[in-house]
Write a protein that binds this ligand. Structure first.
Ligand SMILES: *Cc1c(COP(=O)(O)O)cnc(C)c1O
Length: 400
C-alpha cells in the first residue's frame, strides 16, 4: 500500500498552522540541556527566570504565574476549576469554536456556564456581555471568560471594550482572558487592560513545542478562588503557591520546557515587544493582501468581516461550495511543503487557515503564500493571480 506520507524531502518544511508553530534552533538547543536533581539551585533559578520573564511579557509585575505541564485545554481547566463554585456561574463570551469548546469543557466539570451569542465573522458581542452582567443583580456570575483571538475564525476581539462593559455594569466579575493564540503576536498588557487572569500555552506565539501551559493570576482572582472555588487539587492555585520553586508543579517540573521558555522569552525581549507585535501585524497584513487578491475570482475570501478584528496570528480563508479545503491542505503539505490548518467547528470543510505567528519572517510568509497558490493551481481552484504581488507590495510599503 502507498503511504500518504511523502518521504523526507530536502529543504525546510513550512509550518503555517496557528500552533504548533516553527521552533527556533535556540529554543530547541536550550531544551536539550541536561537534567538535574530538583534540589539543584539551577532549577529554582530557571523557574524564577520563567516567572519573571512571563510577568515582563504580560506587563504584570505582581501577578502569580502558575505553570502546568499541559496544553491549552489544560489551562482552560485550570482557570475554570479555580473559579468554579456551586453557587456561581461562569460567563463564557461567544467568539466561535474555541469559546464553545471552553464552555463544553467547563460544563463537563459540573459547573454552570452562561454563554453569550456570537455572530460568525464578527468580534465578540460586547453589548451581550454588558446586558448579561446588568441583569445579574445578585452577582451570581463569578467570571467573564473571553478568548482574545479565536483561532478558528482568525478574529481578535477588543479586550478594553469588554473591560469597560464590565465596569459600566458595575459588576465584580473576575475578568479572564485566553491569550493562547494572541500572546507574543498582539500587544497585551494584563494590568492596563484590567485583566485578572490570563492563560496561554507554549506552542503558538511562544515558539516552543506543545506541552507547557501557564496561568497568570492577580490578587483579586487568587483570593476569590481561595474563598469560593470548589474542591480541586492538581490545578489548584492555592496548592501551587509556595516559595519552594520545585514544589510549584504538584510533582516534577517540566524542566526541558522551562529551559525552552526561558530562551524564547529572552528572544522576544531581545527583539523588543513592540517590534514583535509590529512584525506580526505586517506579516498578517501581507497574508490578507494576498487573500484579497486571490478572492477576485470568487472561490476564496477572508472570513473576518470586520477589519478591526483582523488577527496578527492567523487568517481564516473561506472557500466556496464545491471546493475541498482538506484536499487543498494535503496538496500544499505533501507537494509544496506548506502545512496549513483546516476549518474547525462551523467552518469545518468551509475554510483553511494560514498561521503567521511565532518565529516567522517575510520570506517564510512569501514562500508559504506561493506554495498555497501553487496548490490552488493544482486543485484547479480559481484565484486572482495578483496574490503574491499584493503581498510583496504590502511588505515593501510596511517595511520598518
Ligand atoms: C490552541 C488554542 C487552545 C487550545 O490549546 P491546545 O494546546 O491545543 O489544547 C485554546 N485557546 C486558543 C485561543 C487556542 O488557539
Amino acid at each position: 500500500m502507498n503511504s500518504p506520507i511523502t518521504p523526507r524531502l530536502p529543504g525546510i518544511r513550512f509550518v503555517h498552522s496557528p500552533g504548533p508553530t516553527h521552533v527556533p534552533d535556540e529554543v530547541m538547543h536550550a531544551m536539550q540541556r541536561p537534567m538535574t536533581d530538583l534540589a539543584d539551585p539551577r532549577v529554582a533559578a530557571l523557574i524564577s527566570a520563567c516567572e519573571s520573564g512571563m510577568r515582563a511579557l504580560l506587563n504584570s509585575p505582581k501577578s502569580d504565574i502558575f505553570f502546568y505541564a499541559s496544553n491549552g485545554h489544560g489551562v482552560w481547566e485550570a482557570a475554570s476549576s479555580n473559579l468554579g463554585s456551586d453557587q456561581h456561574t461562569l460567563l463564557i463570551a461567544g467568539s466561535g469554536h474555541f469559546s464553545d469548546q471552553w464552555a463544553i469543557q467547563t460544563e463537563g466539570l459540573g459547573l454552570s456556564v452562561l454563554r453569550t451569542p456570537h455572530t460568525e465573522g464578527q468580534r465578540i458581542n460586547v453589548d451581550a456581555i454588558e446586558s448579561a452582567l446588568k441583569s445579574d443583580t445578585e452577582h451570581k456570575i463569578a467570571a467573564v471568560m473571553v478568548v482574545h483571538t479565536d483561532t478558528a475564525s482568525g478574529i481578535t476581539s477588543d479586550l478594553l471594550a469588554i473591560r469597560q462593559a464590565i465596569d459600566r455594569a458595575q459588576h465584580p466579575a473576575i475578568y479572564v482572558v485566553d491569550v493562547v493564540a494572541s500572546l507574543a503576536a498582539t500587544s497585551f498588557d494584563m494590568d492596563a487592560l484590567g485583566v485578572d487572569v490570563c492563560l496561554g500555552s507554549s506552542q503558538k506565539g511562544l515558539m516552543m513545542p506543545p506541552g507547557l501551559g501557564f496561568v497568570a493570576v492577580n490578587d483579586k482572582a487568587f483570593n476569590w478562588s481561595h474563598q469560593h472555588a470548589k474542591h480541586r487539587f492538581y490545578w489548584s492555585w492555592f496548592e501551587r503557591k509556595t516559595p519552594v520553586q520545585s514544589a510549584k508543579f504538584c510533582g516534577t517540573p517540566p524542566l526541558a520546557h522551562l529551559a525552552g521558555l526561558e530562551t524564547s522569552l529572552r528572544l522576544l525581549q531581545d527583539e523588543g515587544l513592540h517590534a514583535v507585535y509590529a512584525r506580526h501585524q505586517r506579516l498578517g497584513g501581507a497574508v490578507r493582501a494576498a487573500v484579497n487578491a486571490w478572492s477576485t475570482e470568487g472561490a476564496v475570501r477572508l472570513h473576518c468581516q470586520d477589519p478591526e478584528g483582523f488577527s496578527n496570528s492567523v487568517t481564516a480563508v473561506e472557500v466556496s461550495q464545491g471546493i475541498d479545503p482538506e484536499a487543498l491542505r494535503t496538496v500544499a503539505r505533501e507537494k509544496f511543503q506548506v502545512a496549513m490548518a483546516g476549518g474547525l467547528g462551523s467552518l469545518t470543510g468551509r475554510a483553511f487557515r494560514i498561521g503567521h505567528l511565532g518565529d516567522m519572517n517575510e520570506p517564510m510568509i512569501l514562500g508559504a503564500l506561493a506554495g498555497i497558490e501553487a496548490a490552488m493551481r493544482v486543485q484547479k481552484i480559481p484565484y486572482g493571480d495578483q496574490g503574491l504581488t499584493a503581498a510583496i507590495a504590502y511588505l515593501a510599503e510596511h517595511t520598518p
